[in-house]
Design a protein around this ligand. Structure first.
Ligand code: ZN
Length: 239
């Protein structure tokens, strides 16, 4: 265990008010590709840039092409929680972690046992008919040929994820701000904190125990008590 990881253990062992804020890097160790990394989705060959396909206007105009991409790249049924997801769930169970705030849409925190998960960008595990509101599982969407349609009214079924051009859920944002502003320790993991507005959330933290765990440097490194430049699953797995 490195000195930094020892220090993190000391901090977390002594706290009952840890809040975790995570990005794509938390899921990459479970085999889910990072949207924005060098070898991530945005650099793969496709008919349109992924950023365009995953936008509201593209979805409405061309749901068939959206779902061709979505079925191939966004649904990862074989992905399983890694050591980071498991440790966070354990901390919550022990009464030491108050909330997981995530930018990921893959349900892995819940799969690991976390209960209080704030999903800033929604979840591929929730889907609904845009006409009548009927809800559908991810399996229903995954197994549909082409564009998933509502069994009741034939309406377009969409994932409950925040597409480009769409607003974040203000209720989720406000709850995230509340947890962060009251946190004793804020651990930020698997994100370079480059994506707004979600990244701006950590400005609400008032404590002096900001911990950054990310493979590359971030613009908040100087404000942090601890910066650990290692994969987050490996770090949390040691605690
Ligand atoms: Zn319907």
């Amino acid at each position: 265990m490195t000195e930094q990881v020892k220090e993190l253990k000391k901090l977390t062992d002594a706290s009952d008010n840890i809040v975790f804020f995570g990005g794509a890097g938390v899921s990459t160790e479970s085999g889910i590709p990072d949207f924005r990394s060098e070898d991530g989705l945005y650099h793969q060959q496709y008919d349109y840039p992924p950023e365009q396909i995953l936008s509201h206007s593209f979805f409405m105009a061309n749901p068939k092409e959206f779902y061709r991409f979505y079925h191939a790249k966004m649904i990862c049924p074989e992905a399983r929680p890694n050591a980071a997801h498991r440790k966070l769930a354990e901390w919550e169970k022990e009464g030491r972690l108050r909330a997981v705030i995530t930018q990921n849409i893959d349900n892995l925190h819940q799969m690991a046992g976390s209960k209080n998960v704030l999903e800033l960008h929604g979840s591929t595990h929730r889907n609904y008919c845009m006409s009548c509101g009927e809800t559908y599982t991810w399996q229903y969407v995954a197994h549909s040929e082409g564009v998933p349609r509502c069994e009741h009214c034939g309406g377009l079924v969409r994932p409950d994820v925040v597409l480009y051009e769409e607003a974040l859920d203000m209720d989720v944002m406000e709850r995230a701000v509340d947890y962060i502003s009251k946190a004793d320790i804020l651990i930020v993991g698997g994100t370079s904190l480059a994506v707004y507005p979600a990244a701006g959330l950590i400005r609400y933290y008032r404590g002096d125990k900001l911990v950054l765990i990310n493979k590359s440097t971030t613009s908040y490194d100087r404000q942090a008590r601890l910066c650990i430049a290692e994969p987050i699953g490996e770090v949390l797995g040691q605690l």
